[in-house]
Design a protein around this ligand. Structure first.
Ligand SMILES: Cc1cc2nc3c(=O)[nH]c(=O)nc-3n(C[C@H](O)[C@H](O)[C@H](O)COP(=O)(O)O)c2cc1C
Length: 382
């Protein structure tokens, strides 16, 4: 090349995302929202549904995969938590937080369990199930799987996606052999998928800034990878924006949390659009990033629990704090008290629409068409 010729970028590798009828992916949502019915409805409508393996046993995951296969012939994905490392200081910090929660235990009539040991969420057993069942796509969050794990699942015919929150994490996932990057912006509901647990203030650039930054870093490392954009996408306009920013498809969580087939608690679904939840938040924002429920940064609606404990909750005690607080969350849900539940929600939650997941996929595609067709009008022309 003589320096004057422009180089043609390498073509984007073809993956399951390029074969989807619609660029709409339902985000995996551990904790009950991601039901087989939800995943199947989205996949059957031409998007891609996801099961969430987090907090499930390997056997329960196997059953969910089998059940989903009875509900749809279309491909779907499974999401797994990549285990981190035990933090030697975590047990002590979690024990202090346990003391802080004594009043909550009394309020909900629950005996808090002793601080549990660190665990890896049955990672190896779940990998075995995934290698045996050969689902079309497996995504990892909270860290990058080792290259041998990636290669093992790929040899079973599975494509691999890794959630990344920075350009550097994107390069790590590329070098590990992943096929797809789930680029998660700070707008996202639920846990941030960063490789190292972040503090609550470490939000970083928004999704529309992050997508081109990740793409550039990966290209500078010598490859192109399809990106799945995640965080704050609620409608066709949001979908159009992330596609314009270079994503191959969008992964929507909060939008599908409100769907009829979602297993989220009805109070959680209702809270997404209830004006009451705008009361607590700072600067008019109704969501915040908190470690109060799990010991890892996650975005949710600001309720009483977050307002009272968010400031003292330890930042890197996952999954210890998750297990410690779980009985309180269950008791609050049983009492129909949303102020003690983890109301995970992305920044766009007010735009959630309660409808069937298949109809939502269709509506998003219609809106995408409308958003893309909007004619540009110069000011002077009006
Ligand atoms: C209730 C809930 C649970 C979630 N659980 C998971 C999970 O198990 N694994 C995962 O990779 N991401 C999880 N996420 C994050 C989503 O994958 C996704 O990044 C996020 O929902 C996108 O932002 P949005 O909610 O604004 O659409 C969860 C999100 C929510 C709202």
């Amino acid at each position: 090349m003589n320096g004057y010729e422009s180089s043609q970028p390498a073509p984007l590798p073809r993956t399951l995302l390029s074969r989807l009828p619609h660029p709409v992916v339902q985000a995996p949502m551990a904790g009950g929202a991601s039901t087989p019915a939800l995943a199947a409805a989205v996949s059957s409508a031409g998007g891609l549904g996801f099961l969430a393996a987090g907090y499930r046993s390997a056997e329960a995951l196997r059953e969910e995969i089998a059940l989903t296969r009875t509900l749809t012939d279309a491909p779907f994905g499974v999401n797994v938590f990549t285990p981190g490392r035990p933090d030697p200081h975590a047990a002590q910090a979690a024990a202090r937080y346990r003391d802080e929660l004594a009043g909550e235990a009394e309020r909900y009539g629950v005996e808090l369990p002793p601080v549990p040991d660190w665990d890896d969420d049955a990672y190896q057993d779940k990998l075995d199930v995934l290698a045996e069942t050969g689902v079309q796509l497996v995504s990892f969050t909270f860290g990058c799987p080792d290259p041998d794990v990636v290669a093992r699942l790929q040899s079973a015919g599975t494509e691999i996606a890794v959630t990344v929150t920075t350009p550097e994490e994107g390069v790590t996932a590329l070098r590990a052999g992943a096929d797809i990057l789930v680029v998660q912006g700070p707008e996202a509901g639920g846990h941030r998928g960063s490789f190292e647990p972040l503090g609550v203030a470490d939000t970083g650039p928004g999704l529309l800034e992050l997508l081109p930054a990740v793409r550039k870093a990966v290209e500078e490392d010598g490859a192109r990878m399809p990106m799945l954009a995640s965080g704050g996408v609620m409608d066709g306009a949001g979908l159009a924006a992330v596609l314009a920013a270079g994503a191959a498809a969008a992964q929507l969580g909060t939008a599908f949390l409100a769907a009829h087939e979602s297993g989220a608690h009805p109070l959680h679904k209702a809270a997404l659009t209830d004006p009451r939840w705008t009361e607590h938040g700072a600067f008019g924002s109704s969501t915040t990033v908190t470690t109060a429920f799990s010991g890892r940064a996650a975005r949710g609606l600001v309720n009483r629990f977050v307002a009272e404990h968010g400031a003292v909750a330890p930042p890197s005690c996952y999954p210890l704090v998750h297990h410690l607080v779980a009985p309180l969350r269950r008791a609050a849900a049983a009492r129909q008290d949303p102020d003690g539940m983890a109301l995970w929600a992305g920044t766009g939650h007010r735009l959630a629409r309660a409808m069937s997941a298949g109809d939502l996929v269709e509506l998003l595609v219609t809106e995408l068409g409308e958003a893309s067709d909007t004619p540009y009008r110069h000011r002077s022309a009006t």
